[in-house]
Design a protein around this ligand. Structure first.
Ligand code: ASC
Length: 554
């Protein structure tokens, strides 16, 4: 294992990810940010300089559990102070598990402004992956809005709310095409994009040799969109990894990818090699208003930009929920994955509702919408500051009387810290309960992401969770997949289990950027008494703060 030192500077830059010039947040002049490639057991050291002029920044290493380093999790107001302009903060953490990961901003809506990149961890020297392949292709998926995140955030917190709407473009490795199609010949009413050039929005070309097996690494950092990916004519994809955990291999024609998910799938290039083929990414779960993203699977020695004669594969209809459920529930842990403890010590049931607060629209968990504090929890809880927690502790249950099939009877909500205090080494069950939003007959998809852990996804159910024998019978304790992101389907529930064995303060939230911004999350404060020495620069800001902590005074 070795240490990999990286020097990064975050800055605003002009960029044209979908051929329209906008301002986004890049790293070292690149968008997406640099790909980190490491081996399991390596230590990653990122010296991150904030080159934004007037706002803080942090970076979260999505899927890295940060065992023993909770201050490196990169969550503003939770694990650290936002890094001020001109300041440098050093992230130092171990990537202990091979897999497909990514990193992204975790302050305000900076992820949606383009602050993200890939993080790929290979097996340690001398180890082997449990499947074989000849080459690798990396697809980092995102969605893109022409409105700045400042416009978006002001809209979301205005009364009446101005919803961000659907994205203008979907991006593959930071590239998309707005107002034109690479496959215009097959898409009536669209104009053909110019394919070539080295512009920011030039299409992604994925070079392959015929009759080989490729590992596609796919991750989604979308702000809003749930996605589906399909490739070429013989679409067979073998799913082998999810969120940095091996899964029991299974074959699909197309696959769903929710924001926060990552996968590896194996693709055999056994199509007629005289042609190139389309990789198509479409929107699921919400009425799409965004054209599919296309990339070219380039069978060598064809030219990269040789357009396929056949149409792009059509991804399933956005509201074919049965198709989505079939895919998601197919995912099982690969043999050899540790099984969950047979029982839990605590069950936390979290009702997800859309609510109103003085005319503003919020998302609430057990009727409390999360707000983050001025002082990061990791420091304030470790020091036992009386001001660290504001409200009473949130409830572990929402009661069985709530009707999840209708808009909330009383839509009024409050705000709070939503901090759950977890005892060391306890086994915690979380049941995420979906419900009807404010509008009648609307219940949305929400992908929930947990920091600091993988959880076992024990099962999914329809309607209200009752905690009775019938619900218990729906849980898989034999080979549930280990993941860090799990979706709740409309009007359904999802049950998760994890062991609170990683002291720290961990966010658990909807990975839809505007929903988190509207309060859709909770915090797990886990065994704070066992958190090691927190670096001062994580939880105090600037040299004067450090000096004061050293006992100096003004
Ligand atoms: O949070 C959301 O708000 C809108 C809608 O419910 C109100 O405009 C929407 O689709 C969301 O996901």
């Amino acid at each position: 294992a070795k240490a990999r030192h990286l020097k990064w500077e975050v800055s605003h830059m002009f960029w044209s990810p979908d051929c329209e010039e906008k301002v986004l947040i890049g790293i070292n002049g690149q968008f997406p940010g640099p790909t980190i490639r490491a081996k399991a057991g390596d230590t990653i050291v990122v010296e991150l300089k904030n080159g934004l002029h007037t706002e803080g920044v942090v970076i979260h290493w999505h899927g890295v559990r940060q065992i023993g380093t909770p201050w490196a999790d990169g969550t503003a107001a939770i694990s650290q102070c936002a890094i001020n302009p001109e300041e440098t903060f050093t992230y130092r953490f171990v990537v202990d598990k091979p897999g497909t990961y990514f990193y992204h901003g975790h302050y305000g809506m900076q992820r949606a402004a383009g602050l993200y990149g890939s993080l790929i961890v290979d097996v340690a020297d001398g180890e082997e992956e449990p499947f074989k392949y000849d080459g690798e292709l990396n697809l980092l998926l995102s969605d893109w809005y022409h409105d700045s995140i400042y416009n978006q955030m002001v809209g979301l917190s205005s009364s009446p709310m101005r919803w961000i709407g659907e994205p203008q473009s979907l991006l593959i490795n930071g590239r998309g095409q707005f107002n034109c199609s690479l496959a215009a010949a097959h898409t009536p009413g669209t104009k053909q994009c110019t394919a070539g050039g080295n512009r920011h929005c030039a299409p992604v070309i994925l070079p392959v040799e015929p009759n080989k097996t490729y590992r596609l690494r796919i991750a989604s950092t979308t702000s809003l969109a749930s996605l589906n990916l399909a490739i070429g004519v013989s679409k067979k994809l073998t799913v082998v990894e999810a969120d940095g955990n091996y899964v029991e291999p299974f074959v699909v024609d197309d696959m769903d990818i929710y924001s926060g998910d990552s996968y590896s799938v194996l693709l055999t290039t056994d199509q007629d090699p005289s042609s190139n083929y389309w990789v198509s990414i479409g929107v699921r779960g919400r009425t799409p208003k965004t054209a599919p993203a296309l990339a070219l699977l380039n069978y060598r020695p064809n030219r990269g930009f040789k357009l396929p004669a056949i149409a792009p594969p059509v991804t399933p209809l956005w509201n074919d929920t049965a198709h989505s459920k079939a895919f998601t529930t197919h995912i099982k842990a690969r043999a050899g994955t540790p099984p969950p403890p047979a029982t839990s010590d605590r069950r936390i049931e979290l009702l997800n509702t859309q609510n109103k607060l003085d005319g503003h629209i919020k998302w609430s968990i057990n009727n409390v919408s999360m707000v983050l504090p001025a002082t990061p929890y990791l420091g304030s809880l470790k020091l036992g500051l009386k001001t660290a927690l504001t409200a009473a502790r949130p409830a572990d249950t929402f009661g069985r009387a709530y009707d999840v099939t209708r808009p909330p009877h009383n839509p009024n909500t409050t705000t709070g810290d939503n901090v759950y205090v977890l005892r060391y080494n306890t086994t915690v069950d979380v049941v995420l309960q979906n419900a009807n939003a404010l509008q009648h007959n609307v219940s949305e998809v929400h992908p929930w992401h947990l920091h600091g852990h993988d959880f076992w996804v024990l099962g999914y159910g329809e309607g209200a969770y009752r905690g009775d024998a019938a619900d218990a019978a729906r849980l898989n304790l034999v080979n549930p997949p280990l993941r860090n992101t799990a979706v709740i389907f409309p009007y359904g529930w999802t049950a998760l289990r994890f062991v609170a064995d990683n002291p720290g303060v961990w966010a658990f939230h909807c990975h839809i950027e505007p929903h988190l911004h509207m309060g859709m999350g909770v915090i797990f404060a886990e065994a704070i008494d066992r958190v090691g020495k927190v670096p001062k620069e994580a939880v105090s800001c600037g040299a004067t703060a450090t000096a004061l902590m050293n006992g100096d005074h003004l």
